[in-house]
Design a protein around this ligand. Structure first.
Ligand code: PEP
Ligand code: MN
Length: 338
């Protein structure tokens, strides 16, 4: 793919001339604004591009090929960090964003108790699954639409935006009605039909790294959503499968700085699924923030021993409050707020 970078302060007219030129060559122009500059990606397969012809247009600063297989998600396409807004919460800015809540929405009372505690501890976004991907079909698979209704009520009560998972393309419109951020889980990272569906929305997407996926594969999945026209993608490192048995997954901590270097998209870490154990969540969470993550997604529960899913890795509500307290000085040391 080729990217046309406009000069700082290029006029609307100059930009529209480039767009027309790009379309006349048979490409779909993909716009991005950041750092006062507009970049235009040439998406699709048009005719060969003459660099000189485009450079000669007024307002054009540079015409460059993007060498990486991921294009719109790359730093080459857009050097400024992307900020994704969910309600009034911005992910990818200077503030570290904490998403917390139960693995599954189990009941009205459970969700309200947890949501109120997340809010009072200073959490920014409420998580909770209504459609749950479970290894066994006999496990609790979520409350479905009723769970989404409960999340919406928790948002009304606390003001916290909600992030919740979609499992199938069939449910995208339903989940979209309720969620502020749609989670695409690890098991669906390469569900290309679902990625295409999420690409036609503008709703923020939290894209989790697959259990056996490389960093490049994660970025290629993000590319599906971006190429579909949805620029609001948040990447999530949640651990990958390895031979190690003391943890549920192996957190790839270096994925955080690597993703930040390769991509302009926000990067968060899930220390709960990465470790699978409550007592490992806090140390790993601290490491993730220190490594440069833009936020965390953490499972919390009012009664983890009786949780219907992932109780072993869920923090108690006081433990989450303590984690918030412990992370603030780390954030401050990095020049970030929480
Ligand atoms: C979850 O967030 O509860 C979940 C199922 O996560 P993952 O897709 O990372 O396993
Ligand atoms: Mn879970």
């Amino acid at each position: 793919m080729t990217v046309v970078v406009m000069k700082e302060g290029a006029t609307v007219r100059e930009i529209s001339t480039v767009l027309k030129k790009v379309e006349s060559l048979g490409y779909r122009p993909h716009l991005s604004n950041g750092n006062g500059r507009t970049s235009i990606g040439l998406v699709g397969s048009g005719v060969a591009v003459s660099t000189e012809d485009i450079l000669a247009l007024p307002g054009v600063a540079d015409v460059a090929p993007v060498a990486k297989p991921f294009k719109l998600g790359s730093r080459e396409f857009r050097s400024a960090p992307t900020e994704v807004a969910a309600g009034s919460v911005v992910i990818g800015g200077e503030k570290i964003i904490m998403m917390a809540g139960p693995c599954s929405v189990e009941s009205h009372e459970q969700t309200m108790t947890i949501a109120e505690s997340v809010a009072s501890s200073g959490g920014h976004i409420l998580r909770g699954g209504a459609f749950k991907p479970r290894t066994s079909p006999y496990s609790f698979r979520g409350l479905g639409k009723a769970g989404l209704e409960i999340l919406a009520e928790a948002r009304r009560r606390t003001g916290l935006p909600i992030v919740t998972e979609v499992l199938s393309a069939h449910d995208v419109d339903l989940v979209c009605e309720y969620a502020d951020i749609i989670q695409l889980g690890a098991r669906n990272m390469q569900n290309f039909a679902l990625l295409d569906e999420l690409g036609r929305l503008t709703k923020p997407i939290l894209l989790k790294r697959g259990l056996m996926s490389t960093i490049e594969e994660l970025l290629m999945s993000a590319e599906y959503i971006l190429a579909g026209g949805n620029p609001n993608v948040i990447l999530c490192e949640r651990g990958i499968r390895s031979f190690e048995k003391y943890t549920r997954n192996t957190l790839d901590i270096s994925a955080v700085p690597i993703l930040k270097r390769l991509s302009h998209l926000p990067v968060i870490v899930d220390p709960s699924h990465a470790t699978g154990q409550r007592d490992l969540v806090a140390p790993v969470a601290r490491a993730a923030i220190a490594a440069g993550a833009d936020g965390l997604i953490v499972e919390t529960h009012n009664d983890p021993d009786n949780a219907l899913s992932d109780g072993d890795q869920s923090l108690t509500l006081p433990q989450f409050e303590q984690l918030m307290t412990d992370l603030r000085p780390i954030a401050a040391a990095l020049g970030r707020s929480m």
